[in-house]
Structure formats: structure tokens, C-alpha cells
Design a protein around this ligand. Sequence first.
Ligand SMILES: [Zn+2]
Length: 705
Amino acid sequence: MQPIHSALVALCAGVLPTTATAQQTDRYHVPRAARETLVRMKSSVHHGSAGGYYTADLTPAEVDTLRQAGFEVVPAPAEPPNPGGDQAKGGLASWTSYAQMRSDFEAYAAAHPAIAEFHVTGQSVQGRDIFALRISDNVQVEEDEPEVVFWANIHGDEYTSGEIAYRWAMQLIDAYGVDPTLTGYVNDLEIWVIPLLNPDGHENGTRENFNGVDLNRDFGWNWEDGWGGSLAAYSQPETRSLQEFCLEENVSLSATLHCEGNIFLYPWCYSPNDVPEHDLVLSVGSLYANAASYALIESWDDYETHGELLDLIHGGYGSLCYTAEISLDLGLFEDSYAKNTAGMELFCSRADSGLHGLVTDAQTGQPLRATVTISGSPFPAYTDPALGDVHRLADQGTYDVTVWANGYVPATISGLQVVHGATTDFEVALQPGADKHAFFVTSVNQSDPNNAYHNVTRPSDALGAPDGVACSLGSRGFIVLDMGAGNDIADGPGDDFTVTEALVPGDLEEELYFVFAGDAYDQDVFLGLATGTASFDLAGSGVSTTRWLRIVSRSMQDPNAPLAGLELDGVTILHGIAGKFVDIGPGTAGAFGTPSLTGSGDLSPNGLGFTLQISDVAPNAFGLLFVGLNEAAVPFHVKGVAFYLDAPWLLQIPLGVDAAGSLSLSGTVNTSMAGLDIAMQCLWADSSGPAGVATGTNGLRLEIP
Ligand SMILES: [Zn+2]
């Protein structure tokens, strides 16, 4: 039997973690006046250092450079204690270990199944699970509620951060039905607590993960080569799993807990330019910062960094995210806990305010995965495909809201009024029928090699239909664009997609760029190069479909210019995966003849469905249809024509082979499969085979990446 997972295995083989050459560093205090020198070296400087100096992990060469420049560099005080030690101080004997946190979370979920679910959201380099508690009423059900996330300990040795998140999750559950305010948060929100984003670092006592990479420099949104040992955006399994988590959950408000310095940071990290919704960012951030008595400052003002979670969530997901820099002093833990949980609870109080929308298909009424952009910010939020809901924080004011889904005509609702602290609802039913375009920015580097900070264009301007508003990539920058689940580009007759460059005032020059295909994290299939707007054909490239494109600017312009590089306006899909089956192979002779297969249809969620004709089957053979990820799970000895099916999201599938020996299947694809990886395989089983084993071979495989 052909492994149904072969394509997935091949995919995974290409995304093995990149291991940085971890250089030996020691921890120092460096005067803040050395900032420019540190930034130029992309030194590992911690956010939030107090007292007029930075805390930095420096190589001997970096120390030499700083000292030669006249800066005083002194060794930092002793490292913080590892978990499980006996450093009894104040009210807390020691930090809690990974194993203890995990077993406590499992126990809480088991004891409170109505409001708490234990989740594993990814794995570390050393194979430890990254675990979470999802806390909400009716926790087994996806409800139309804002999602609030508290992440912690992405730097493994910042123990206070994980300890607070871990203890607060359990406190929240214990308070349910007792404390009316906390009970209200559990009822009205979906709260995620992920205490250990870097479990290996937590157990090994390191800031970085086991590959020596600072995970908070490895995210893809204005990532830049070399920060924190990161040699590629999403080079590590921990950051990839966090990205996948964010794609699945539609986070409305979040904070990432760090140590130390008693400050509260908001984006940007990579740029001195203000975030678009500066007033909103300040007003929400001040809730937490004031409760914790922390100074509220832009992350860049503390120190420049690239590849931070903060920038990803704000730029990539149109959502508010902040960094709390908490004291690392074990003896001050009670104080830190009280301050930060007060801030976290105020975040919960604010998460359900602003704009709340529901987006559906105008013809079927089914919920849609859509982008939702509000006036005042270019960064779209995304609806949850299960319910079509979006929860977007917004200040008091009047908003225009633009909603778009791939293959649908965008719609704008004008003049939505938001009152401070309240929620304004809207509903949008989108009309199908429009072209498809890039839907999500997976990673981007608007290159600025000399730190000129002149480029103020936004990566999200490369999404959707070309409109003359473009993202400038910088002379050697890149962007990886995701067409969205089920909207892969496919090889059809002639060209398959168009890249549109905007010629804008200030830069009317057409610019050179390269285009590659691949998966979300590794794009190495060269598709071609062009100057200015051009169309590309997948034929001959070695791939027949791709959901992701990497576009690399190769402009010769002055890299410091505001519009250096390709002004990427959009990508238009000319041939999509919907409407055709892929990877149809011939069956082989077995007990039921040699089947031939033809099929057509639309496998997109809420699409027109599909029909599949199978002929030359033994007359009157009866079969069962199964579709799913794992044919090994076929639950019994299959006889006759069998497909593997384990999916509530495929409907209306008649079974059985007629007297002429043909089998006709038709079905529709339920929306709830959106975003799932599925494969469908026709298994030709030999009825004489041993129980539980299908001895035939594949006739067909369908894949929706
Ligand atoms: Zn940190």
C-alpha cells in the first residue's frame, strides 16, 4: 500500500530545523550609549535592562569591539537559579519544573473538563511538548468569543514569566464560580495560557533554545538575518508551532511575559516609526502597565530587534500584543505575581470591546475565513473559519471595515460607530466570483541594511487584488506570501500566476526580482525572474501546485531609499487548485479488475463539490468510502472497493458499484474542513487479504494542502 503520507513526509524533510552555529557568549552589562555599536553587530541584548546599561550576551570579539570603541563592559552578576533548586527566598522556594507544570495543567484539565482543556501546541528541539491550557466555558465547543493569549518563557532562563502564567491559569480555574469578575472572563472569552514557549531553555537554564537560537528573533515579520543566531525566518520548531497556533486561533489580544526590567513594551521592535493605531496601542497597553507600575514604552526605544513575536502579532495578524518585562528576583515573586496578574485581568476586561463581525458566503450562508481591515490600520485581522467571527479591538470612533476572502468580492461597511469599552457588531455576506490573491504574509524582510528606516510601506499591501498601494521590499528584501488553505496555485494551461509591481510616485522604475515556490518555511524551487509586472508558469519547475511564493527583490537601487526594491502590489492566481483533482494515478489489477479514474470538481470549502467516476470495477462489488489522513486507521478488513473515509466534512457520498462495474461518487465539501490538511486515497483491497490489511494499491490521491 502506498503511504498516503508520502507527500507530507517529503514536505517535512525539507523543513528540518536550521541549526545556528551557536557562538560562546558571556553575559555583560554595557552602557546604553553603546546602542549603535550593539545594533550594528546585532548583539544579543536583553530587553528591559534597568539602571542605564544593557544586559547582553556577547562573544569575545563583540566585547573587544565595544572596549575598543571606549565602552566599559563588565560581567553581569551571577545567573538566576535553575528550576527545582533549593534557592528558598521570600514566599517561593524555587521555580517550578517543566514536568510539574505539565502534570498540574493536565490535572486541572481533567478535574475541570467544562472550563479547561489541555493542549499540546508544538514540540521543542529536544522533543518536549509545548503545552497550554485553554480556559473558557463550554470549552469543548468553538464559540463566538475573543481569544486572549498569555505566552511566557520564550527566553528559557526568564523563570518568573512562566511561573506567573502557570500559577495564574490555575488561579483562574479555581476562581470559576467563586469570583464573579474572573468567572465573567472565563464565560466571555477563550483564554489560552502557554507558560513555557521554550521548554528546553527552561530546563537547561538557557535564554536560547537547544539549537542556540534566540526564539524571539526567529519570527518572520520583518525578520533580519543574524539576530539572536537566527539564520532563517522560522528556522526553529518552537517558532513554527507558534505561527501555526496563531493561524489556527484568531488571537484578539495577547501579552508575552519576559524578564526583566519592570517595563511594558509595545511594537514596533524593528522600526522607530509609530504603529498605525498608536493611540489604541497606548490606551490598551496602559491598562496592564499601570496595574503593574511598569513604564509603557515602544520596544524599539529600549533596543532594536528583529524577528520578535510582538511585531509578528501586530503586523501579521492585525492584533495587539505586548511584552511585560518582569523582575527576575525570586524574593520579589509575590509582588511580581500580584502586579502582572492584575494587568492580565485588565487585558481580559478589555478584550471584548471594539468591533465584532461575522463573515459568511452570501450564497450558502456558510462562515468564511476572511481578512478584516479597519480604517486606521493597514494590517488585517482574520476571521475564524469555523464560525466566521472576528473580534478586533478598536478605540472609540467611527470606522470603515473592509472584508475580503479569496475568490470573493471585497465589501466595505462604512461608518461603524464604536463607543469606548463597548462592542459594535457587524455582519458581512460576501459574493463569490472574484479572482484569488495572496492572503497572508508568512514572512518578510523589508531590507534596510544601513538602518536608514526610510521605508514606511507595509507588507500587508502585497495582499489582495493589486490596487496601486504596494509593499516595498528594499533592494535585497523578500516576502513569503501564503495564498491560504485550499487556494494553492496550480499548473494549468499557460501562465499560472501574475506578480504585479506598482509604479508609484517616487519610483517609476521596474525592478528585478526572483520567485520561488515551496512550503511555509522553505521555498527553494525556482520559478523564474522578471522585471516589473510579469506572469509565471509552474510547468517545468518541478512543482505542480504551490500555496506559498517567495519573492526576492534584486533591485540595484540605493538601499537607503524609501522605495528601494520591488514595490509589490499583489499576486493574482490564474490557475488554482480548486476545480481540478491532482495526482491521479492508475490503479493496478486486483480482484476487481483494473480501475480507471476520472474526476472533476471543486474541493474548496463551500465549493460546488465534486464527482468521481471509477470504471472497470468488478460488477456489483460494494465498497465503503473513507477519506482521511491515515489509511492505517481503516478500522476493519475492507472488501471490495474501498476508500478510506473518516471525515464529517464530506457529505452526500453514495456508495456501491453498479452492474456495469462503475462507481460514481459525488459530494460536497463542508466548510469546517478549511485549513485542514487532508488526503483522499482510493484503496483497492483484495478480499482474500488478511484481516485488517488492504493488499491492493492506490488508484487516486487528492490533496488539499
Ligand atoms: Zn525575554
